[in-house]
Design a protein around this ligand. Structure first.
Ligand code: SF4
Length: 189
């Protein structure tokens, strides 16, 4: 796995103060993506032991709520094995910290992956420019969903996600939000 950055004390990518790992590689090619430099899976830096220790040093701090995987896309095929292994290690070492993940993939396509057992919250779906709203909570466009992973997996129909929060600060949480029609914009990097 390769990555572009590790940011600290981040308040914009999940609940609380978080450490954020920005991985390299994304094949969704969303129009007006804010991080197109991260699309190339061969870009950035190799994720080595020093980078892992940098993350662990943040998770050692009581006031850090957890880690967010973003990018790029942690679900890019080039990233999946290393992301899963890192999540497993973090959950063993820091069971009280939360793991969030941003992905351009849809919940309906990934909920059965074994790595879901380690994730607390997923923000799913491609960024759709026509549905962009900067006031949305934890997401960039209305089609995306902020999903409680473990609660969703426990349901009789886990493919229907349980949402973590409403669309905006203070909104009630809707019980179910199914996939909205989204244009297919995938490309291969
Ligand atoms: S999923 Fe879309 S918005 Fe996110 S990094 Fe990939 S191209 Fe950019």
């Amino acid at each position: 796995m390769r990555y572009h950055n590790i940011t600290k004390d981040d308040m914009l990518n999940g609940d609380g103060l978080r450490v954020v790992l920005w991985v390299a590689g994304c094949n969704h090619c969303c129009k007006e993506c804010q991080n197109p430099i991260t699309w190339d899976p061969d870009g950035g830096l190799y994720f080595d032991d020093a980078a892992k220790q940098e993350i662990f040093e943040q998770l050692d701090k009581d006031y850090i709520s957890g880690i967010t995987f973003s990018g790029g896309d942690p679900m890019h095929p080039a990233n999946r094995p290393a992301v899963k292994a890192l999540m497993e290690e973090i959950k063993q070492k820091y069971p009280d910290k939360t793991i969030w993940m941003y992905t351009g993939d849809s919940w309906e396509d990934i909920w059965q992956l074994p790595m879901m057992q380690y994730i607390d919250v997923i923000v799913d779906g491609e960024f759709i420019l026509s549905q962009r709203d900067p006031k949305l909570l934890w997401k960039g466009s209305m089609n995306q969903r902020v999903i409680k992973v473990q609660e969703s997996l426990k349901q009789e129909h886990p493919e229907i996600p349980v949402l973590h929060c409403g669309n905006y600060w203070g909104d009630p949480v809707e019980t179910v939000q199914t996939l909205q029609d989204a244009p297919v914009s995938s490309c291969i990097m």
